[in-house]
Write a new protein. Structure first.
Length: 102
């Protein structure tokens, strides 16, 4: 996962992004190599994502299901991404705005 965060940081630093995270803008789930999928598409593989609109509501849903969850937010060059870890479920997910995706 550290490698993924490094890739995101380097991509953000060298691409010259403008401020990205407008209120209400959609979140995407980032895959290992920088590809992304919508939350709706990801929910087909991970039912816990159904009805989730952002990483914080996903963390809340996991906590309500009794899971231990950690949330860490990073901002690199005005790009905010959120990492959700639920170690007992083996989940480590990164949520990003669409412009951070390939």
């Amino acid at each position: 996962m550290a490698r993924l965060l490094m890739i995101i940081a380097l991509f953000a630093l060298f691409s010259g992004f403008q401020p990205l995270r407008a209120e209400g803008a959609p979140w995407m789930v980032m895959a290992r190599h920088g590809e992304c999928m919508s939350l709706e598409s990801a929910a087909r593989r991970l039912p816990e994502l159904r009805g989730v609109s952002d990483p914080y509501s996903f963390a809340l849903a996991l906590r309500q299901a009794g899971e231990k969850v950690s949330v860490s937010e990073q901002t690199v060059k005005n790009i905010t991404f959120v990492k959700i870890n639920a170690p007992d479920r083996g989940l480590a997910m990164v949520f990003v705005p669409p412009v951070a995706c390939r």
